[in-house]
Design a protein around this ligand. Structure first.
Ligand code: PMP
Length: 305
């Protein structure tokens, strides 16, 4: 198969261009590269349809607003090119990654020097967690690295700035775990490094509020599903020990989807096997990925009218 392409629109490619995926596209002076000054999204394609496109675009523009970044790319422009790059790369089941950075500037921090934001759209297949994680559950650790204080860096924005999360992933790697639970600065569970987290106990489904976490789109889908199937949802402050003694725990994310947790810091969750409610959410989430109300079909999409 021919090499995959990506779409780039930047100072170097002002009209926008489709170029081979592995060709260099970013200037060394791009403030996304120099300072992590940018935003991104991770979006799934299921059977040729984009899942919850509007929600991802809403969050992308909220993240841009947080950085005070005005961009010449509107929703239609980004959608048209995301769909085109997915079509050109023949992605039927996969992943789209839009990234927008402040663009080419000088070595100083001042964003005023960056006149042309950079947009890069990648569409590719996705590497999944191995099947056994879904059958046996993940091992989690409690990271020693807290989330940034939201006054310093609001975790509601999806920024190209994952240093704390990457440090937490390294801790998990060192301890042979697959994910790490991260606390906010007050010691409450916020989320995992790339996923939101849920637990089930006799009160129903409980999850941290999004005050110190990314408002995950999978998380929102799970909350909708719970309400539809009559499971009470509690969005509340939770400490690690609440998770340790929960009946069931699972994590959610665009890449991970819904994945059971078997162990956190050597505490076995339930009987150590994915529980019945988690299995029900895995099943219902699978159905949601086929629900027309969440989908934008890439071959039916006709673009800007
Ligand atoms: N938290 C973090 C830190 C993440 O990176 C992600 C992945 N985007 C999530 C939660 C889950 O969000 P979503 O369900 O929108 O992918």
């Amino acid at each position: 198969m021919s090499e995959k392409v990506l779409f780039v629109c930047s100072k170097g490619f002002p009209e926008g261009a489709y170029i081979p995926q592995h060709e260099p596209v970013i200037s060394a002076f791009d403030h996304g590269f120099l300072y992590g000054d940018g935003v991104f999204e991770g979006i799934r394609i299921y059977d040729g349809a984009i899942f919850r496109l509007d929600k991802h675009l809403d969050r992308l523009y909220r993240s841009l607003e947080y950085l005070g970044m005005e961009v010449p790319f509107d929703r239609e422009f980004i959608t048209d090119h995301m769909i085109e790059v997915a079509r050109r790369n023949r992605i039927v089941n996969g992943y789209i990654r839009p990234v927008i950075s402040r663009g080419d500037g000088d070595l100083g921090l001042n964003p005023e020097k960056c006149k042309h934001p950079t947009l890069v759209l990648i569409a590719d297949t996705i590497i999944l967690y191995p099947k056994e994680y879904y059958e046996e559950g993940l091992r989690l650790i409690l990271s020693s690295i807290p989330k940034n204080s939201k006054k310093a860096l609001n975790p509601n924005a999806k920024l190209t700035q994952y240093i704390n999360n990457i440090r937490a992933v390294r801790e998990a790697n060192l301890r042979v775990a697959q994910e790490a639970m991260m606390l906010d600065s007050a010691g409450y569970v916020a989320e995992c490094t790339g996923d939101n987290i849920f637990m089930i106990n006799k009160k129903g489904l409980c999850t941290p509020t999004t005050e110190n976490a990314l408002p995950g789109i999978t998380r929102e889908t799970i909350v909708d599903i719970a309400r539809n199937i009559g499971i009470t949802v509690h969005e509340q402050r939770l400490k690690p020990h609440h998770f340790y003694k929960a009946d069931e725990v699972f994590v959610t994310g665009t890449a991970a989807e819904v994945c059971p947790v078997r162990e956190i810091e050597s505490n076995i969750i339930g009987d150590g096997n994915p529980g019945p409610v988690t299995r029900q959410f895995m099943e219902e989430f699978r159905k949601a990925t086929k629900d027309p109300k969440y989908l934008t079909h890439i071959h039916q999409y006709s673009g800007r009218s």
